[in-house]
Design a protein around this ligand. Structure first.
Ligand code: ZN
Length: 614
């Protein structure tokens, strides 16, 4: 039994990043200091990309509506209470409201009051930027104005995770400024930063260092000071205030994390999973703002270790929120030992974010391959938010798996869920000064306002359930440029592309972008057929017979009879019920077993990894 290995990120040449790059670019407006790190690709604005009918648009809209309807008095209550202000409204409960019951790790009620306020504000600001919906912008502005008078340093007295919550609040205020054009947000951010400063540690601390300091309870050892630099760097870029630059540098976790990662040492095992992927975005900002090659190496290597040594077939990682020792067989053992396999909304949010940084910096399409795995197999299958903050938190890859809601209301994942769904559009396309890159194959329309010539790129597809992707390119005036299409590294020999019915001279090498360069006219149509062969992936080298069935980027989950024993040939002989169907059928010793995808699973039990023989 041999694991179908993916081409590894590590040891491959991303080193050219920067060499042929566009140069220090201004990303966030005119006040921004020049960036020293260069990028090959740029992100589009939120308003440039509209999702069209499909599950991603549905999920984005559901989250937009849910968070737009949140009661503002309830959201502000924990801050008003600490400031001694009138605090009307119903408490949110769960992690969000102060509670005497808090007794970690046994009772997490009242864990981090107000922690997701900034994330809800961020998600709404991004949703406004996507939709232009004025009631959404008005809510963001009301949230900023409601929060401003509550700001007090007293808020963080006896607060176990001041870094965590202040970082999320900063993100919300930054996004209110960037995406909802709130003229007050930067002043409020400065005030909020003053308030938390006395509670920040002298430098980024890992959990061992936090445990060595006095801590009233275990939750104090879980703060995430090492994720702070990303938003401090962004605050510096949009304000020009060098105080943020100094803070960003102060909290780079060089000693125990970035230095060894940059040197190629895998220091992930034992670390908290999501926050350490999130920290890689701080390293990426250190590269962009400071030009620090060391931090780029740390981000690249760290993410490479996640993909190569920590990931399930779904693209999810970190069982029990902890990275594992490669070669230990821990990933395989987790299939019977835990149901908390992947922290889905937070993990997806962090994964999408670091992929966008590394794709922009390197132009490497394989980051997009890893993004689409996480998209189709994890976050798109998250159960929708329920009234009262009931939230989908963990994907369950246990051999006896099931989808459930988290037992506490308003956990961390309720903050990142609407953020990642608002980011779907900007994750789908990238560009240079001349050319456009199609990263995700999703029903969507890109309005690309190029100098003097508007270009529209529109995708229609049922991918990855069907292999065809139609990309219409419409130019106001004929113009020559290149449309790049991601060729996933698992694609088969049947992959092909035509433009307006004619074969084109484009190399379709798996793991690269295919370049289609031509003069584009009023209505050209690219037909891209992505061959999605079935393959098997073992959970780890120590459990070679525990195999997941993959169809292109899709992990297929057995449903119905879960004790099916398969030969490899039986799994690889599975057939899709019909073109475009979400059901595949495989024969086993005990009969035909239906397989389906994570988004299609409801309340039924399922199994990701099958026991295989032969
Ligand atoms: Zn979470």
């Amino acid at each position: 039994m041999r694991r179908m290995t993916r081409r590894r990120f590590l040891g491959t040449s991303l080193a050219a990043a920067g060499a042929a790059a566009v140069g220090g670019r201004r990303l966030y407006g005119e006040t921004m200091p020049v960036l020293l790190g260069s990028t090959r690709l740029e992100q589009f604005d939120y308003s440039d990309v509209q999702l069209l009918d499909g599950p991603m648009l549905e999920q984005f809209r559901a989250n937009h509506a849910y968070y737009l309807a949140l009661n503002e008095d309830s959201l502000l209550q924990p801050f008003r209470q600490k400031a001694g202000l009138p605090a009307p409204g119903e408490p949110m409960g769960g992690w969000y409201s102060w509670s005497k019951e808090f007794d970690p790790p046994r009772n997490m009620t009242g864990y981090v009051p107000g922690h997701t306020f900034g994330q809800y504000m961020s998600a709404l600001a991004r949703a406004y930027a996507v939709t232009g919906d004025t009631s959404t912008r008005e809510k963001v502005l009301r949230m900023v104005r409601g929060y401003a008078p509550t700001i007090t340093s007293k808020f963080y007295e006896g607060y176990p995770l001041p870094c965590y919550t202040s970082d999320k609040t900063a993100c919300g205020l930054i996004d209110a400024h960037r995406y909802a054009q709130d003229p007050m947000a930067l002043a409020v951010l400065a005030h909020a930063t003053d308030a938390v400063l006395p509670w920040l540690p002298p430098k980024a601390l890992d959990r061992v260092e936090m445990a060595a300091r006095p801590h009233p309870n275990i939750a104090y050892t879980w703060d995430e000071s090492y994720t702070l630099p990303e938003n401090f760097f962004i605050a510096y870029q949009i304000s020009g205030d060098t105080r943020y630059l100094a803070l960003a540098k102060r909290f780079l976790e060089d000693d125990t994390y970035f230095n060894p990662l940059a040197a190629g040492e895998n220091v992930l095992p034992g670390q908290h999973a999501y926050s350490h992927v999130n920290a890689l975005s701080s390293a990426s900002q250190a590269y962009l703002v400071l030009g620090s090659e060391k931090h780029l190496r740390a981000a690249r290597n760290g993410f490479g270790f996640v993909v190569d040594t920590q990931s399930f077939a779904t693209g999810g990682w970190g069982p029990n929120e902890t990275f594992r020792k490669p070669g230990s067989g821990d990933m395989g053992k987790s299939l019977t030992e835990t149901h908390a396999s992947f922290e889905t909304p937070c993990g997806s949010y962090g994964h999408f974010k670091i992929v966008r940084y590394l794709m922009r910096i390197s132009g490497d399409s394989r980051y997009g391959d890893s993004m689409e795995r996480v998209l189709y197999n994890t976050i798109l299958g998250a159960l929708p938010m329920q009234p009262g903050g009931k939230t989908f938190y963990y994907s369950d890859y246990n051999n006896d798996g099931q989808k459930v809601y988290y037992d506490e209301a308003w956990p961390c994942c309720s903050g990142t869920f609407p953020q990642v769904t608002a980011d779907y559009g900007i994750s789908s396309y990238f560009h240079t000064d001349r050319d456009v890159y199609v990263n995700l194959f999703v029903p969507s329309r890109l309005e690309w306002r190029r100098a003097g010539n508007d270009v529209t790129v529109e995708q229609a597809t049922q991918y990855p359930y069907a292999p065809e992707v139609t990309v219409r390119v419409h130019c106001e005036r004929p113009e020559t440029f290149t449309v790049y299409l991601r060729v996933p590294e698992w694609t088969g020999a049947g992959t092909r592309v035509t433009v307006s019915g004619k074969a084109v001279d484009a190399e379709l090498r798996p793991g690269t972008f295919a370049a289609i360069r031509r003069e584009w006219k009023a209505d050209d149509r690219i037909e891209y057929h992505i061959d999605t062969p079935l393959r098997l992936e073992a959970v780890d080298a120590q459990h070679p017979t525990s195999q997941a069935l993959m169809a292109g980027p899709l992990a297929l989950f057995a449903t119905g009879t879960l004790d099916g024993r398969f030969t490899r040939a039986q799994l690889l002989g599975a057939r899709q019920r019909s073109a475009g169907s979400d059901v595949w059928l495989a024969e086993s010793a005990s009969g035909t077993v239906p397989f389906t995808t994570f988004p299609e699973i409801g309340e039924e039990k399922y199994r990701l990894y099958q026991e295989t023989a032969g």
